[in-house]
Design a protein around this ligand. Structure first.
Ligand code: GAP
Length: 511
């Protein structure tokens, strides 16, 4: 199915609400823009994404350590990191009705050009040149001002400037601020990474596009520390890995993305080996969870849009059906910026002892950063299909991500012997897989409900099950069914979900 046949972002939001994936937060009291609650299916899908990240990038690697830093954090962290001065968006305010709009997004919408990263002078000139005015009352705007995105909180009963703290604007800073503690307690040796999954908060001027631009969202970030002088890259960049790449030069010349080999970009010194390595590992992870490589591209940041801490950034973008190419992952080369800043502001020596030179060094940092909510959108879009023959939506989620692995149905709800047997099957499986028991409505209706939930397998207990001690198992994607003995169910499900066996190998297809 093409991206054009997929739902718009509003249609996806409606689907998510109807099925219990995601609801507008505080809806009971009229809601709050940019905040959402994850419902029963949503929390499962989101947890599965986070678990896969943690398993792949933390638990199965020798060079990675985990952290769960606090959300409310010391004002000095954000002073040192530059967020209190450099983490702002430019704001337009109507001189009459006082409507406030994010300047670059307004200009992008009106003039159909890429304006993210433009400074106040560039944006003001465009407003003047194109005579842009308030979209509500058509009056001119006042001068452009800067709006800081950090959320302030007061800590404790004292109402003084020292009680001011911040909700973290990125999870990354908690890693830098805890760097010394992690190094001293884990005997970490370069190169190594610290990973963290958790909430981040930004007082976005205009949250929009459902889960895409939120005020409260979740990040999965890695700060990967490497020796600043040694050239000790122990991995390889796959010579055959081809990517869709949009270079800075191509953007300046308004050219399209090109298919290139990632290894070639390293050869041309467009990025370092470590930077390429983390983009490679992220792409491999995306592919392994079912994202079509044609829907992904790597975009090099223009110099004008680089964050204050970054020497070079490459975003991984996804081709959203109605929004087009948008960032789902950012990979920045933060060099020694953050640890140096924290060392200066805290007046404490940070860094790591280098046995070879017997000196303390500040490592360089490559930062692969995911937005979990944007990944949630991406996986849903990839999975979503309206199946004409079934006349319902099917979510072809990767089995590892599916909120429910198996649904268990007694064929009829008014036959106690079927209910009893179905509950026995449910109880036998529930400790190993997230299962769902359903005895309401016709079997066809129950199948389509589970297709829409992304449930990979449906297991039905019928009258033959009572005699033969077996069940039918139905595959979500093909709708094929086979009969298998109940005693083999757990092992077969395990192998199916890990893709160790094919569904057809279970037995004769009966439909
Ligand atoms: N530590 C680096 C950092 O925070 P970023 O590009 O601002 O860099 C990283 O954010 C990722 O966080 C983005 O790629 C995106 O997936 C996610 N993200 C950023 N702002 C977001 C927002 N307002 N709503 C949802 N996700 C967001």
């Amino acid at each position: 199915m093409t991206q054009q046949e997929k739902p718009t972002i509003e249609e996806l939001a409606t689907f998510c609400k109807k099925k219990g994936f995601v609801y507008p937060s505080s809806e009971l009291y009229g809601g709050l823009a940019g905040l959402y609650d994850y419902g029963p299916l949503g929390v499962e899908l989101k947890n599965n994404i986070k678990n896969e990240f943690w398993k792949t990038f933390v638990q199965s690697r020798q060079d990675m350590l985990g952290l769960d830093g606090s959300i409310i954090s010391h004002q000095k962290i954000w002073e040192a990191s530059g967020h209190l001065t450099g983490f702002s968006d430019l704001l337009l305010e109507c001189s009459r009705c006082k409507t406030k709009i994010r300047a670059d997004h307004f200009i992008e919408e009106k003039l159909k050009l890429q304006a993210e990263g433009f400074n106040a002078t560039q944006l003001s000139e465009l407003i003047k040149k194109h005579k842009l005015s308030c979209p509500h009352c058509k009056h001119p705007f006042s001068d452009i001002s800067s709006f800081n995105l950090m959320f302030q909180v007061k800590v404790g009963a004292e109402d003084s400037s020292s009680s001011l703290a911040y909700l973290r604007g990125e999870t990354a800073q908690l890693i830098f601020a805890a760097f010394d503690n992690v190094v001293n307690t884990s005997r970490a040796k370069l190169p190594f990474g610290i990973a963290q999954i958790g909430k981040a908060f930004r007082n976005e001027i205009a949250p929009r596009n459902f889960l895409f631009r939120l005020r409260e969202f979740e990040q999965a970030e890695i700060e990967y520390f490497i020796h600043p002088k040694k050239n000790d890259f122990p991995y390889t960049i796959d010579k055959n890995l081809t990517i869709n790449f949009l270079s800075e030069a191509a953007q300046e010349k308004k050219k399209a993305a090109e298919k290139v080999k990632l290894a070639e970009l390293v050869k041309k010194k467009l990025l370092s080996e470590w930077h390429a390595y983390w983009l490679q590992e992220t792409l491999i992870w995306f592919h392994s969870l079912g994202i079509n490589e044609n829907n992904l591209r790597i975009r090099q940041h223009l110099k004008s849009e680089l964050s204050h801490y970054s020497k070079a950034t490459f975003d991984i973008e996804y081709n959203f059906p109605d929004m087009g190419w948008k960032e789902i992952h950012g990979c920045a080369d933060r060099q020694q910026f953050d640890l140096t800043q924290h060392q200066t502001h805290s007046k404490k020596a940070l860094g790591i002892f280098d046995e070879a030179t017997k000196e303390r060094i500040i490592p360089k940092v490559i930062e692969p950063s995911h937005g979990i909510d944007r990944l949630f959108l991406t996986f849903l879009y990839e999975a979503y299909e309206y199946d004409k023959s079934r006349d319902n939506i099917v979510l072809h989620l990767h089995p590892k991500l599916a909120p429910i692995k198996a649904a268990i149905f007694p064929l009829l709800s008014n036959k106690p012997e079927l209910l009893k047997k179905a509950k026995e099957v449910f109880n036998a499986l529930k400790d190993e897989f997230h299962c769902f028991y359903d005895d309401s409505g016709s079997i066809g209706r129950r199948y389509s409900r589970q297709d829409e939930n992304g449930t990979k397998y449906c297991i039905t207990i019928d009258f033959d099950s009572l005699k033969q001690d077996d069940v039918t198992i139905r595959d979500r994607d093909s709708t094929s069914q086979v009969r298998i003995p109940i005693k083999e169910l757990k092992e077969s499900l395990n192998k199916l979900l890990k893709a160790e066996i094919k569904f057809e190998s279970l037995g004769r297809i009966i439909n």
